[in-house]
Ligand binder design. Structure first.
Ligand SMILES: CCCCCCCCCC(=O)SCCNC(=O)CCNC(=O)[C@H](O)C(C)(C)COP(=O)(O)OP(=O)(O)OC[C@H]1O[C@@H](n2cnc3c(N)ncnc32)[C@H](O)[C@@H]1OP(=O)(O)O
Length: 154
């Protein structure tokens, strides 16, 4: 794993995301890292993330896939350009498409483990496929199409 989380390399003024912003104390503050050619993140759900008692709310899972996907997209774009994470000018991505499949109920208790595979890297678009596992069992899969931050959001 690299030492710095992808999201900790985001510019100061773009670090307030509910899912991953380090400056959002009420958010999830997801942290993603490289693991070889794949990307990984972990998240510990809390009781407020309940769907049915004992099981994780699907919206939380979607949120984790969203932010692991966009973080992975940014890191993949830096890697494709042979640049250090967070170096200027920043490579910033937002979600164009978020697809989630819930394969089985996700137990509330274990740490959730996300693993991402970079499927496509273009100058303005990166596609990331992901799994979300609990107790080493894949509970959900996801796919994010991430596109470079539009001027309207900069
Ligand atoms: C930035 C620093 C970190 C910030 C925090 C992390 C973000 C956390 C994740 C989020 O929640 S972001 C918030 C939710 N997302 C948005 O609000 C984005 C709103 N949508 C837009 O602003 C535009 O639709 C968008 C910038 C995503 C795309 O518009 P463009 O006009 O720039 O896209 P364009 O039509 O040029 O398409 C570029 C490529 O993306 C593809 N694409 C665009 N929208 C798509 C879509 N919906 N589904 C699949 N592919 C899509 C499109 O096909 C094309 O692929 P190819 O290059 O291969 O031809």
């Amino acid at each position: 794993m690299t030492e710095i989380a992808f999201q900790d390399a985001y510019p100061e003024d773009l670090s307030h995301c509910y899912g991953c912003g380090r400056h959002n104390p009420q958010g999830h503050q997801l942290k993603s890292f490289w693991d070889g050619e794949e990307t990984v993140a972990e998240f510990q759900p809390e009781p407020q993330h309940t769907a049915v008692p004992g099981f994780v709310y699907g919206g939380l899972i979607a949120s984790l896939i969203d932010c692991h996907g966009t973080g992975s997209a940014s890191a993949a774009a830096y890697r494709a350009e042979g640049r250090a994470l967070g170096s200027e000018p920043p490579l910033r991505f937002v979600t164009a498409s978020l697809h989630v499949d819930f394969l089985r109920p996700t137990p509330l208790g274990p740490v959730l483990k996300l693993r991402g595979t970079i499927e496509e890297v273009k100058e303005r678009k990166v596609v990331v496929a992901m799994t979300v596992s609990a107790n080493d069992q894949v509970c959900a899969t996801g796919r994010v199409v991430a596109v470079r931050l539009p001027a309207a959001m900069a």
